[in-house]
Each structure stands twice: as C-alpha cells, then as structure tokens.
Design a protein around this ligand. Sequence first.
Ligand code: S3P
Length: 473
Amino acid sequence: MKSAAKNILKVRRAPAIESELTVPGDKSISHRAILLSAISNGRCTITNFLEGEDCRSTAKAMGQLGVLIETPEPGTVIVEGNRGVFTAPSGDIDCGNSGTTMRLMAGLLSPQAFRCRLTGDPSLSKRPMRRVIDPLQEMGARLFAEGENQCPPLVVEGGPLEGITYRLPVASAQVKSAVLLAGLFAKGKTTVIETARSRDHTERMFEYYLIKFHREDVWEGTSLVGRKLLETRISLEGGQTPESRDFHVPGDISSAAFWLVAAAAQPGSRLLVKDVGLNPTRTGIIDVLVRMGARIREVVVSSAHGEPSGTIDIKGCRLHGTEIRGAEIPNVIDEIPVIAVAAALAEGTTRIRDAAELRVKETDRIAAVATNLRAMGVEVEEFPDGMAITGGKPLKGARLKCFGDHRIAMAFAIAGLFAKGETVIEDTACVQTSYPGFAETLRLIQKGKGIGRRTPVISSLESKSRRRKSTKS
Ligand code: S3P
C-alpha cells in the first residue's frame, strides 16, 4: 500500500559522516513561545518555530481560544497577544500526541471563566495527568480527568486561583510550567520547588518577556567546588502580563542528538551542528557522549532572547560504556533512546537508572528500547527505572516497530546506520511530531553526502578555539 510504504524508513549501514547541518527549531521552546506570546500585551513574531505536529497542536489550541495567529512564511509565526483573555472554544481542544500542550494548557486554562475539554491521540490518552491536576486543584482550579487512572480527556472548569507553594514530586518541566503559568493569573504568590533541575525554558522566557520572578538555588555546603544543589525555588506574583517581544527559536538539541550519536560512534566522522540550543539544562547528551569517549566541543555564539545557542563540533571514535543516573536524568530524558543506541555501539556496559519517567512518555521507552535492541542482537537487562546495555558486538539489521513514538523511530534509524543488512522501521509518520525533514537528512547521511559544505565553519571554529587557547596561555 502506498501510504503504508511511505511511512516506512529503510536504513542501511552508512559511511563516516563528514558534514555540517542545522536542525529544526526546539520543540519545548516553540510551545512556550506561542503560549507566552498569546498571553502577552501585543504582537510577537516568532522565527524558526518548529512546524512539527506537537507545536502545531499548541498553535491550533490557541486559535480555538480566539488568539490570532498568522504564518506569513514557513517557520515564522505572528501571534497577537490578548493578555490571556481567551474566548471559550466551540468544541474540544485536540492536543494530538503532545503532553506538553495538554499539561501547559491545563495551567493556562485553569484561571479562565469557561469550561474546556482537552483530548489527545491514543498515546496521549494513556499518559498521567494527576501530576498537573493535583497542584492546580490545590490552587483552587476545578479540573478532572475523564480517563482511567487520571488519564485524558482532561476537563478544566475555569475559576479564580490562589497562589500556592508546591514541591514537585517528579522532576517535570511540564508540571513546573503548568503551575507557573497558572500562577501568573492567581491571587498572591506562587512558588514551585524542584529538587532535580528540569529544563528551564519557561523561566528564561519569563525573563525575556519581562515577567518578574525570583529564583533561588539552595545548596548543601558552602564551598564552590563539590557543593550539592538541594533545591531550586521559583516564585512569582500573580497579575502579571508578559511584554510582547519577537523571539527566535534555536535548533533543537534533542533532534541534533540523533546525528551527534551517528557521528560520535563512527570513527573518522566529523560533524558540525550549527544554530542549536545549548541551554545547560538540555546539554546532558554532550556530557554523556564525552564520558563515553567522544570528542566534542560546543561553542556558544549567541544568547539572544535568553537562550544560549551555537555550534557543536563532534569527532567520531570508539565509544565505551558509562553510567547515567540521578540528577542527570531530567537533562537527558528525551535523549535516552538514542543514548541507548550509542550504548549498544560502545564497548562494555552502560547503566541507566532513576529513569522510571521513561515508562510514561509517548510509549514505555524502556520496554520499546529493550525490545528493539534485542531484535538487533544486543544484550539488554531491563529494570523498573532503567536498563543495562552491553554493547560492542555488531548490530543486526531488523524489522522494528516504533510504538507510535517519534524518538524511538529516529533512535533506531540511527542504529540502522551501523547494522549489518537492512533495518526497516514501521509506521514512522510519528517522526513529524518533532522532526519534519528527518528522513531527508537521513537519506543524505546514508549516501555519504555532505549536508552542507563544512570548511568555512570548521575553519572559523578552529581559529576561534586557537584564539581561546592563546588568550588562556
Ligand atoms: C518537556 C518536558 C519533558 C520532556 C518533554 C518536553 C517540556 O517532559 O520529556 O519532551 O517541554 O516541558 P516532563 O516534564 O514530563 O519531564
């Protein structure tokens, strides 16, 4: 069948990569740019907006709530902020596959003066919503889940909110953001406390859109070296309106992660990823690959609009196993499927623990990764909160499912680049969720074609790094 054939990715072993590329706009940042622009006091132009299905769901939802949004050209979105005065939608709001849309919208809709029903696709309909229901109810919101075990659909009956102090029981930027967004419309002060640092795009964007908030890091010990971050408290007063501003979305490091692994694990590869977000709450993938032996340099070239971005320069080599656990997990949570592929290609065992959250992502990512790696001949031990992967043996091409999960589909396309024989990944339409254009880049990589000629950027980076070294010495 034509449509089924279109949704299959076929991958074969590829030569070493020698290239430079850019990736589409960051998914987390694109969602937030739409939402903050929509509640701002005027017109905002967002550039490099991710035109993936998830972010389209957020934009569509805002449209249903009466926010005017134009797309004058691909990747550019103009939002007319309405200070958070939404109109009641005429029907359900379909959040598609996007947990970020549903959870952040729950926060924004809780203070509204109307009833709204948020639905999702079969995958989103199995994801836990109690994590946003609990704090928002504590703030006075009337919201409940219609599904079993507090799963979607989510019904929000808006009303006045009061600020609360809320300690996050799971490290989740979505929950943190839902409470902070609700806090903007609540009476008094809202404080969110996190004990493991999750991505901080909402806070950075608050700062950029001139929302006043206070952030305090609480440390154990006083010495700068070796002290431990106990918790971070983020507080804001309700009744604030974001100041409308234009915003540029950097490339998504979670999308870059696929090519970083493809290059890191292939001796002789050299890859530059440009205009990619380098927010330290998202760059854990670089730390992990460096620990596995990859040679990587990141160069921040801009911090415009509050988000650092720049170039990642990576050279491939033989990788070795590592351990990933504890506070590092939130920083790499979306990259774990492709890190697991790197682990399968590395000598020795990689242990990933404290990552039970993976069980409630777009699919159970621990089970999906273990199933697919085993099908490719890799030894995997599964734990409730992670897995141990023993790598280093050649991968076998296989026919794999992606369980409707974009990151599983892309991670195993990368595995296919290293496997003997053909790897076929079924039902890959879900890749559109976060990475339109992935299949085209994959095709170029497989053919060993440069995706952009590398020399000018590489040489400018090399002279920058020489300059840095000589300033230091
Ligand atoms: C996201 C936060 C993370 C991440 C998701 C996007 C966000 O989820 O996995 O892909 O944009 O806030 P959690 O908040 O559930 O950890």
